[in-house]
Design a protein around this ligand. Structure first.
Ligand SMILES: [Zn+2]
Ligand SMILES: [Zn+2]
Length: 470
């Protein structure tokens, strides 16, 4: 018997955690963090307590209570006994936190399978993130019950990486990863050969991006195996096809930046390598310098090692690294204690806000809202701000969005929205489902599962924690 249980990603966008059980061989497809659920109980100054191990996370339903999957130290902190692993592996579709982050809670002996580039992104994130329970993805320090035990060296998780089309086995289950296009490189969909027939998992994907051909490869491969079932993302099932595209962002943003007579600020998610390339190309084509921060540098250096991504090196003449103000505010090297900054302080293209104000038209600054206090030093009077991210879709985001607009107003800056989604639109998704034509359909990663009902496959309205026979 083959069963699937959905422990996340049900009636919500992200938090995917699907347990597949094929005659006793158990694997998880993704093990992500649910932003929605976390936001229901916690916020900036109210967080789950580390001192309670996994207790707070279990109590508030942020992770499912399943025997044999969690770290021994976290179980012991919660007053439980440690357990032997009951799951043979976790397969990650891509490196977004809503699919990957909560592997930080998992037993050290449960191996993680992910794409090569996915692993690079996880490494880049790990380099710059302070370790806490929700971020100890690559390695973690065992938290023993007694202080004397804190000298134990860190535990490094076991990762196995794959590339497109290369099948691999986790015990009895054979898995074929096929690349898909998404707003992060190293994203995959899967053909999972279970004893009841092939099961397809889409991960997150789209058809309107620069690499639609990769999603096409996935669709063809999935269709050819006559799947018995498909677990499909449905983030934008309620959205029609539009003219959104990466070239449109290039075109529209370039025009705006050309018209702007002073400093241009751009804001996008640095995990999105296509978006980086778009703004880098604009900088190059307009003879400007794209200024990134030290966190961005961690990503860029990882991307550079992947030749397929064709990313410029950090010393490229059209790139510069913005030195943040720390401690004394005088930019002396002793002020920097973060390792990811310290090890890069010798780079030749490091500049400060003061350097930029001398000739603002020369630069395009990549600056996220959380770093807006830098605007005080950058003095972007009458400048341009390009928001290349999705528009706010919940109350908390609305509040930050209003605050962001206040900053722009203060500096008399022009706001320009230019973005295309990482997710397939409803029209393309219906087409994809019709082409692959699985017998059964499990819509997840969506707030509108009912919209899938009109399709030719038998659609199952998934309930969280419920087990379904394939
Ligand atoms: Zn997602
Ligand atoms: Zn994603």
């Amino acid at each position: 018997m083959v069963n699937v249980t959905f422990y996340g990603g049900v009636n919500e966008i992200g938090g995917n955690k699907f347990l597949l059980d094929d005659h006793g061989t158990k694997i998880f497809l993704d093990f992500g963090m649910s932003f929605k659920r976390r936001g229901q109980y916690f916020e900036e100054f109210l967080n789950p307590r580390t001192a309670n191990g996994i207790g707070d996370f279990l109590e508030m339903g942020l992770i499912p209570d399943i025997p044999g999957i969690y770290r021994s130290d976290l179980l012991e902190h919660h007053g439980r006994k440690s357990e032997e692993p009951s799951v043979s592996g976790v397969v990650l579709s891509h490196a977004h936190a809503d699919h990957a982050n909560y592997i930080s809670f998992l037993h050290k002996d449960i191996p993680i399978y992910c794409g090569e580039t996915c692993k690079r992104i996880i490494d880049a994130v790990a380099e710059q993130t302070t370790r806490d329970l929700e971020n100890e993805v690559i390695d973690f320090r065992i938290r023993p019950l007694y202080r004397s035990g804190y000298k134990i060296p860190p535990v490094i998780r076991k990762f196995h990486t794959f590339t497109t089309g290369k099948k691999f086995k986790i015990d009895a289950i054979e898995i074929e990863p096929i690349h898909v296009d998404h707003s992060v490189p190293g994203a995959y969909g899967f053909l999972i050969y279970t004893s009841e027939g092939p099961l397809i998992y889409t991960g997150d994907l789209r058809m309107h991006g620069l690499h639609a051909d990769m999603t096409d490869d996935f669709i063809t491969a999935a269709k050819n195996v006559n799947p018995v079932a498909m677990i499909t993302e449905g983030t934008r099932i309620n959205k029609k096809k539009t003219d959104e595209s990466e070239p449109k962002i290039y075109h529209d943003s370039k025009k705006k930046i050309q018209q702007n007579k002073t400093l241009s600020i751009v804001d996008f998610n640095f995990k999105d390598v296509d978006r980086f390339t778009t703004f880098y190309r604009i900088a190059k084509d307009l003879g400007k310098i794209l200024v990134i921060n030290f966190k961005h540098a961690c990503f860029l250096e990882q991307y550079c090692q992947d030749k397929k991504l064709q990313i410029p090196s950090i010393n490229d003449p059209h790139l510069a690294l913005l030195k943040p103000k720390r401690l004394t505010g005088t930019y002396i090297n002793e002020d920097y204690t973060d390792t990811y900054i310290k090890k890069r302080l010798h780079y030749k293209n490091i500049i400060t806000a003061a350097d930029i104000t001398k000739n603002p038209t020369r630069y395009m600054i990549v600056l996220n809202f959380w770093y807006f206090s830098d605007l005080i030093d950058l003095k972007p009077k009458k400048g341009l701000y390009i928001h290349s991210l999705s528009e706010p879709f919940n109350e908390e985001m609305e509040i930050s969005y209003d605050r962001m607009k206040n900053w722009l107003k203060h500096f008399d800056m022009e706001f320009f929205q230019s973005h295309c989604s990482g997710h397939i639109n409803g029209d393309d998704l219906k087409e994809l489902i019709k082409t692959i034509h699985p017998k059964k359909l499990y819509p997840i990663h969506t707030e509108h599962p009912k919209l899938f009902k009109k399709l030719p496959s038998k659609t199952i309205m998934v309930k969280e924690g419920k087990t379904y026979k394939l």
